[in-house]
Design a protein around this ligand. Structure first.
Ligand code: SF4
Length: 78
């Protein structure tokens, strides 16, 4: 398999994968760290809590999970 075919196969598989980002609003302390670290604009603050607004753009990078000191975020691959 040549490299171009391999890259296209990876893109195809990646496009079929998705992510669920669950934020426990009871735990969220509203520090906005996840909103600031997300490279894709998936999260925004609403009423002092982090909220998922653009899940289609999630890369599954786990940056939001790692930065959350309240451990309020769960990332699940679909
Ligand atoms: S996993 Fe990455 S891309 Fe997805 S919401 Fe968290 S920081 Fe954003």
């Amino acid at each position: 398999m040549n490299i171009l075919r391999l890259v296209n196969l990876f893109k195809e598989v990646h496009s079929l994968m998705g992510w669920i980002v669950d934020i426990d609003t009871e735990k969220c302390n509203g520090d906005e760290e996840c909103v600031n670290v997300c490279p894709s604009g998936v999260l925004e603050m609403q009423d002092g809590k982090a909220t998922v607004v653009n899940i289609e753009e999630c890369l599954g990078c786990e940056s939001c999970v790692e930065v959350c000191t309240a451990e309020a975020i769960t990332l699940t691959e679909t």
